[in-house]
Design a protein around this ligand. Structure first.
Ligand SMILES: NC(=O)c1ccc[n+]([C@@H]2O[C@H](COP(=O)([O-])OP(=O)(O)OC[C@H]3O[C@@H](n4cnc5c(N)ncnc54)[C@H](O)[C@@H]3O)[C@@H](O)[C@H]2O)c1
Length: 257
């Protein structure tokens, strides 16, 4: 998938990785870029700078995701690439994996998982009938490995990876492309002010670096986009000897408590 002349939507496009994806899509010559976010001021300014369209959208609300698709398509035509990128973190509370409240678990589930399902539901039928369309789902290395200090983030990002796999397996032959973006640490609002964190172990990237990996991954139609290539080795270690991997993660966690 080349971005030039394509219609691109990026959720969470006002800040961080999403903002970098919007700017890079414009630079690559996208036909139209739609910046979707809750943050109206920042999202509008990203859109204005690249000649794009801002749509205020809460991705955890299915109706708003439908309206996002309609507004982007009214302005630019059929969406070629939907970057389902908005996401939040919820830390463990009181050092307990079950410490976050039900409200927090439900909220992170809606944003980090259901948003991908809403986007797919709104777009897939038309994409299938055209025989083309592409989803980039921003998960995280935490969705392949684990997030020390946030069970809710680990669980929802694993679910996002699982959904992306199902999407690729079920609809790939109908012309639907899928990539899942799984970085470790990236300097954004999500990580701002954090000191030495588990995800910083292999170095923090800038959002623009991540956008470069995305452009390359999309060009190759690669399912798994790993801006930190070490993650592939960690996955092999995990699947090669799960018990050893858990013991290693237990030791690793000790460094951060
Ligand atoms: N920063 C990292 O280290 C890192 C690592 C791996 C994965 N990720 C993932 O990358 C994605 C982008 O995160 P980021 O690091 O750029 O964070 P960020 O906080 O800079 O950006 C997230 C954006 O999503 C928007 N957003 C939040 N909730 C929303 C909602 N309900 N509807 C619409 N927009 C909403 C925010 O307003 C913000 O603009 C997330 O899915 C995150 O989990 C981040």
């Amino acid at each position: 998938m080349q971005i030039a002349n394509r219609v691109v939507v990026v959720t969470g496009g006002a800040h961080g990785i999403g903002k970098a994806l919007c700017e890079r899509a414009a630079k690559e010559g996208a036909k139209g870029v739609c910046v979707a976010d809750l943050d109206e001021a920042a999202g509008s300014s990203v859109a204005a700078a690249i000649g794009g369209l801002f749509v205020r959208c809460d991705v955890s609300d299915e109706q708003q995701v439908k309206q996002l698709v309609e507004r982007a398509e009214t302005r630019f035509g059929p969406i070629d690439l939907f970057c389902s990128n908005a996401g939040i973190g919820v830390p463990d509370v009181g050092g307990m994996v079950s410490g976050a409240s039900n409200e927090q678990w439900n909220k992170i589930w809606e944003i980090n998982v259901m948003a991908h399902i809403y986007a797919t539901r709104a777009l897939l039928p038309a994409m299938i009938s055209r025989g083309s369309g592409y989803f980039l789902i921003t998960a995280s290395a935490a969705g392949l490995l684990s997030q020390i200090g946030s069970a809710a983030y680990s669980v929802t990002k694993h679910a996002a990876v699982g959904f992306a796999e199902s999407l690729a397996i079920t609809h790939g032959e109908q012309g639907i492309g899928v990539s899942v973006l799984c970085p470790q640490g990236v300097w954004t609002n999500m990580t701002r002010g954090q000191g030495q964190t588990p995800q910083a172990g292999d170095g923090m990237l800038q959002p623009e670096d991540v956008a470069q990996f995305v452009v390359e991954g999309l060009a190759d139609q690669r399912f798994l986009i790993l801006p930190h290539p070490q993650v592939a080795t960690y996955m092999q270690r995990k699947t090669g000897d799960y018990d050893r991997w858990i013991r290693g993660m237990q030791r690793f966690r000790q460094k951060f408590i």
